[in-house]
Write a protein that binds this ligand. Structure first.
Ligand SMILES: Cc1cc2nc3c(=O)[nH]c(=O)nc-3n(C[C@H](O)[C@H](O)[C@H](O)COP(=O)(O)O)c2cc1C
Length: 201
């Protein structure tokens, strides 16, 4: 084993170890709208569900407080965002939406996606996504400092929008969902080798 003591390694190496070992990470494809009405879309793999009551998700824009992340600015200023689930068919569009662009550029346009309006909040949904969540910001927690600190945005899911073909009641057909995970850098996995294992009583 090689032992890395965080205080003795570069920030970027800590990032590489963390993002290369905490895998596969789900991707929250975050839809927001600026106060000026410009739609924004970007993938975040520092993303997860963290509570069920209230149903709560988080995503973490890194490079804080320095890096301009429009998703963070918009979520902070409007108090809402959507999470769109990325399946295998949407990988290319998801990747295209990660381009660093000016705040007045709508990534729904540049990625060739269709906007659907959320019902409970003022934010855009990816119409092509198999499922989307409408979220209200609960709190934003600052972790660490520049150059690689994060602002962790916690949001309460107020509406779940799910394609009927995925559903058996509220149970989600995993093989139909065909989700992807992010590994290190540009490497992804497709969760199409599913297996079941009984839990001990
Ligand atoms: C699969 C994937 C996952 C990403 N995850 C994150 C993340 O967790 N945090 C982050 O700050 N940037 C992440 N990025 C980079 C952002 O998507 C990128 O900086 C984007 O331009 C931010 O857009 P925004 O300014 O519209 O929020 C990721 C990129 C990709 C392709």
């Amino acid at each position: 084993m090689t032992r890395f003591v965080t205080d003795e390694i570069d920030v970027i190496d800590a990032y590489k170890l963390l993002s290369g070992l905490v895998v596969p990470r789900p991707i929250g494809w975050i839809g927001t709208r600026s106060v000026d009405g410009v739609n924004n879309l970007a993938p975040y793999s520092f993303f997860n569900g963290v509570a069920a009551s209230p149903p709560t998700v988080m995503f973490a824009p890194t490079g804080q407080p320095a890096a301009r992340k429009d998703s963070l600015t918009n979520a902070r200023e409007t108090g809402v965002f959507t999470v769109n689930i990325v399946n295998f068919d949407l990988v290319e569009a998801m990747n295209a939406s990660a381009a660093t662009v000016e705040p007045d550029v709508d990534e729904f346009d540049t990625a060739g996606l269709t906007v659907r309006e959320a019902t409970a909040i003022n934010a855009p949904i990816v119409a092509e996504a198999p499922a989307s969540f409408e979220c209200r910001v609960l709190k934003i927690v600052e972790i660490g400092t520049a150059p690689m600190g994060s602002s962790v945005v916690f949001g309460e899911v107020v509406v779940f929008d799910v394609a009927d073909r995925l559903l058996d009641g509220t149970r989600v057909h995993q093989s139909e969902l065909d989700p992807i995970g992010r590994h290190a850098g540009s490497t992804y996995s497709r969760a199409n080798q599913l297996f079941d294992i009984e839990r001990p009583g």
